[in-house]
Write a protein that binds this ligand. Structure first.
Ligand code: PGA
Length: 255
């Protein structure tokens, strides 16, 4: 399938930033700037900001996502939030497997898989993050690692559910460091992920899958990264906290 036929998705990942009041102000500022987008626009925000974000985004083309989801429906899991809780407050997207969750909060490929399944089973669109560390890149195992992370994250995900999956290739060494992957590195990573998906789900499903790049994507480098044949969008951290910068990335993704 031609890249032009895949949904381009620009998603912000606010991480641990913004109060509800700041959320309202930032989304009000963004709304007119991204109103003409010819791509899907998503903001993944902290749990406590979801209500303010959903209210502020109402009637606009901005969709709201969460930054994580637990894999159980309910129970004794202090500090966690279920997929049902998210859909109940108007969330449409969720991120799973972000490298900061893997690095600081003990997420494994297996828990990423369970969280992904929980999100999909609740009808959420899931942005699954995969990516190699600098050590792994130097060891020359990037493609194998991306294939493995992808296949485990998608274990038991049906072909039909795959339509609600977005994968974000996020090289860990490029996140929050200002060091962006070159356009070629980004495309190679995305292509390796698409090849792994093809092995499991076949060419049509792999060709239809939106695969983002994430890691220091900004207003200045977005157009080049997004012009790559296998880069269908971006997962944006730092630059999603600034309305003008984020809107420039959205504009770069709009075909
Ligand atoms: P960054 O974060 O754009 O600040 O590098 C990207 C991400 O972690 O999703």
């Amino acid at each position: 399938m031609d890249k032009a036929k895949r949904a381009a998705v620009i998603a912000g990942n606010w991480k641990m930033n913004n109060t509800p009041a700041q959320t309202t102000a930032l989304i009000e500022e963004m709304k007119p700037l991204v109103a003409d987008a010819d791509c899907d626009v998503v903001l993944c925000v902290p749990y406590v900001d979801i209500h303010a974000a959903v209210e502020a985004a109402k009637g606009s083309n901005i969709k709201i996502g969460a930054e994580n989801v637990h894999f159980k429906d309910k129970g004794a899991f202090t500090g966690e939030v279920s997929a049902e809780m998210l859909t109940a407050v108007g969330v449409e997207y969720v991120i799973t497997g972000h490298s900061e969750r893997r690095q600081y909060f003990g997420e494994t490929d297996e828990t990423v898989n369970l969280r992904t399944l929980a999100g999909l089973n609740a009808g959420l669109k899931v942005i699954v993050c995969v990516g190699e560390t600098l050590t792994q890149r130097k060891q020359g195992i990037t493609k194998e690692l991306l294939a493995m992370q992808t296949k485990i994250a998608l274990k038991d995900v049906t072909k039909e559910q795959l339509q609600n999956v977005i994968i974000a290739y996020e090289p860990v060494w490029a996140i929050g460091t200002g060091e962006t992957a070159t356009a070629q590195q980004a495309n190679e990573g995305n292509a390796a992920i698409r090849a792994a998906v093809c092995e499991v789900y076949g060419k049509d499903a792999a060709d239809a899958l939106t695969i983002q790049y994430g890691g220091s994507m900004n207003a200045a480098n977005a157009a080049e990264l997004l012009s790559q044949p296998d880069v269908d969008g971006g997962l944006i951290g730092g630059a999603s906290l600034k309305a003008v910068d984020f809107s420039k990335i959205v504009a770069a993704a709009s075909k």
